[in-house]
Write a protein that binds this ligand. Structure first.
Ligand SMILES: *Cc1c(COP(=O)(O)O)cnc(C)c1O
Length: 362
């Protein structure tokens, strides 16, 4: 399709064209049922088939062990910022966080509503342009959990590997990098991710939680905000966001058809290498924001010599069919979000545009 934009949006973000076409084909009449999936009961066999396929695929693609539940919840990752401490922070314990940027900061703010928090490490002194090393982590022994933000979408940093936290459950916000690479789920107590970056449309949040952490919260927690409610009811306690889960299921099938998480990681690294090589090889015309070793393979942040030139870059890129290259308003600069569904051809087109822009303005 020649009128497809080069979509580098940070979220909601690009979906695979194949998935969009499949959804279009099934939109009015789902598999000969005479109705759209959106018009069906979430208690009916057809929707339940989709619901359970999505769960099974996620289990398969991320090798999720049997002692973990996979939940579909609404409210976005932002609701998880509260649900995690509401459900996991017991009295006398402290909620520990790694402070790595904009999203980690929001998670910490929310936890403060429910008890004592501690910062196990912070990269704020470096303007959040790096991920702290394992050696810097100072996890209070009485921590209910240690929370980290796997990929800081706004700053463009990403944990290359995850710390071993021993008996302290590791909680990770993977909203912007879930399924970008294989994971060892047993390293984690809980993982959450809003779907709209790497998994599907907005409207559904994935929670992967080890069963022993589901228990009963120590404070009164509304029914809908208890993990146990969703775990006991297969995420069908109330009406789930059926269309968002359906779309996520299509994306998961697409990831499987690409060869799974390892194959997708290979494609992601190729895309990221191409961009970072272009930035590093520009003789200083483009400057990467994140420190080497902390660079994200999902959100590539970079700057030009002046804000004026950055504005011009955005304007000219838009005229040539590129979308979403303006950095987040809180940090400025430029950002190319290259999630799983962003094709290599888009990244190649961007690198060509960057070279051309430099020739004209360097
Ligand atoms: C986008 C994002 C969020 C917020 O997600 P919502 O679904 O909008 O609440 C949280 N954390 C990270 C890392 C994100 O990228």
């Amino acid at each position: 399709m020649s009128n497809r934009a080069y979509n580098f949006n940070a979220g909601p973000a690009a979906l695979p064209l194949e998935v969009l076409k499949q959804a279009q084909e099934q939109f009015v009449d789902f598999n000969g049922s005479g109705m759209s999936l959106m018009e069906m009961s979430h208690r009916g066999a057809i929707y339940e088939g989709v619901h359970h396929e999505a769960e099974q695929l996620l289990r398969e693609l991320l090798s999720i062990p049997d002692n973990y539940k996979v939940l579909f919840i609404q409210g976005g990752a932002s609701t998880q910022f509260a649900m995690v401490p509401m459900n996991l922070l017991q009295p006398g314990k402290v909620a520990s966080y790694v402070s790595t940027g904009s999203w980690a900061t929001k998670a910490i703010q929310e936890a403060k509503l429910f008890g004592e928090t501690a910062v196990a490490a912070s990269s704020e002194a470096d303007k959040f342009m790096r991920i702290p090393s394992f050696a810097e982590l100072n996890v209070a022994p009485d921590s209910a959990y240690l929370h980290l933000t796997s990929n800081e979408t706004i700053e463009g940093t990403q944990w290359a590997a995850y710390p071993d936290t021993g008996s302290v459950p590791l909680v990770a916000d993977m909203s912007s990098d879930i399924l970008c690479r294989p994971l060892n789920i047993s390293q984690f107590g809980l993982i959450y991710a809003g779907a709209q970056k790497n998994l599907g449309p907005s409207g559904v949040t994935i929670v992967i939680i080890r069963e022993d952490l589901i228990g009963t919260p120590s404070i009164p927690v509304p029914t809908m905000l208890r993990y146990s409610t969703h775990a006991k009811n297969d995420s069908l306690y109330n009406t789930p966001p059926t269309f968002a889960i359906y779309m996520t299921n299509l994306v998961l099938n697409w990831v499987k058809a690409q060869g799974g998480a390892a194959a997708v990681e290979k494609m992601n690294r190729e895309k990221a290498d191409l961009l970072y090589t272009a930035i590093d090889g520009s003789g200083g015309f483009y400057r990467g924001c994140a420190q080497e070793g902390s660079r994200s393979i999902m959100n590539v942040t970079f700057r030009l010599g002046s804000e004026e030139l950055e504005k011009q870059f955005v304007k000219e890129s838009e005229a040539q069919g590129f979308v979403g290259l303006k950095g987040h308003r809180s940090v400025g600069g430029l950002r190319a979000s290259i999630y799983n569904a962003v094709p290599l051809s888009s990244v190649k087109a961007l690198v060509d545009f960057m070279g051309d822009f430099q020739r004209r303005n360097g």
